[in-house]
Ligand binder design. Sequence first.
Ligand code: G1P
Ligand code: ZN
Length: 541
Amino acid sequence: MIVTTTPIAGQRPGTSGLRKSVQVFRQLGYLENFVQSLFDVLERHEGATLVVGGDGRYFNDRAIQTVLRLAAANGFGRVLVGQGGILSTPAASAVIRSRQAYGGIVLSASHNPGGPEGDFGIKYNAGNGGPAPEALTEAVYRRTQTIDRYFSVESSDVDLGTLGTTQVGGMAVEVIDPVATHADLMETLFDFGAIRRLLGSGDFRMRFDAMHAVTGPYAHEVFVKRLGAPEASVVNGAPLPDFGGGHPDPNPTYAAELVAAMFDDDAPDFGAASDGDGDRNMIVGRRFIVTPSDSLAVLAANAQLVPGYAAGLKGVARSMPTSAAVDAVAAALGIPCFETPTGWKFFGNLLDAGRITLCGEESAGTGSDHVREKDGLWAVLFWLNVLAVRGESVEAIVRDHWRRFGRHVYSRHDYEGVDTAAANALMARLRDALPGLPGKTFGPGTVTLADDFAYTDPVDGSVTTGQGLRIGFDNGSRIVFRLSGTGTAGATLRVYLERFEADVQRHGIDAQQALAGLIATAEQLAGIAATTGRSQPTVVT
Ligand code: G1P
Ligand code: ZN
């Protein structure tokens, strides 16, 4: 059937898809308009296979049925949907690739809170398994501004609880095991035998916190069933539509329960957590938190210990605000290191072209060329594999890394939910001041670089501008100012702070203390308190 509709304002996807409150998504025609705009822009999808799944948050079940009806009416031949409507973001990527699907739709607002008062989201992944490129996203947005009809079929809901194939209109709907494809892929990359021996040795304990989000079933399958860890190793493992009221973002603020357990007298040897849709990771040793930037560097430096990467890395990439810790490893290995804008989609071309093997972001995303998304479970398994081979603690491995490469002391300060106009004004003022900064001396040093980061994709030559204000100092210190592209209420100002410390004697220093000079300079340059009315960040990671 053809349903008449009118454009709904503001359907512009951000850093990773269209993300809004559940209330916005529940408006009449909101989801339909966006999905139809996507299908209108996609070419030659008649008869093609689409992968669909989500992180299980509130509204996931309803949204999937809507997507199925529109996909059938738009001529898709087959939809592969995760049982119960579940697919983690990396698992969706793995299924798209292994089944050579046309693309996929993932229903998720990542780490944003869920429930009727929480957030919802939708993102499209292309046939390589990765996030839609900028050009496609823009085209979909433009289409939402002119849309006047959508196609749907009249059919009852599909039973997503049972594996097997049914029909919606003329389209086959195949309910698949959401975990198996991804778990099988993990077995091809890591030494499961070595990890099983470590977990079964009796003197190594792990704690994986699924934060009541999508990774519970994945963690149970891999860590408990395939690797023999005790059931109790996976905590908060039951996915809940509202994530148990929590904020499934694996950082020291929101994964406070994990951090507390890891700083307890009886702490396990290894702790980890993942986010709402399973693409982020947090790594914690006993009384020791590993920053995501350091984690990426440690994995790159130890990749030769892991079967899937033993042949060596072709290159690495990090998002611009991520610390230069991995750059130091790349230099030592003599491999290329690329600096991309924030958002996983910018790694896609480099991965597809075989120019990089590992990549990551300071926001707890790490991944490789095995899929085209960051992958939380993968990062945890990589660490376990390295721990199994080296037989040292997490802390010992990181401290050894700092001894070899120096320490890139790092922190991100987020000012969440600030007034949008005030945040834009702050950025505009700072952008205007950039040309006058080089040569000026502040507490942390003399400014050698001040620009608004722009990126030319080395593979297709596309240019992306306005990706964050960078201010670099002569001693390697750096401050970056950027506005979030994933928030749903007001604006979020992110201030990224980094300082290089070569002196081993000073490696133990507290990050906030070590960065105090940079924090003061950031305030001096941007006037954050005066502009936003906030004297302290909401989240410090
Ligand atoms: C945030 C992170 C970014 C990540 C994205 C999606 O985006 O900073 O690294 O790719 O979430 O997980 P932001 O809100 O900063 O635009
Ligand atoms: Zn996520």
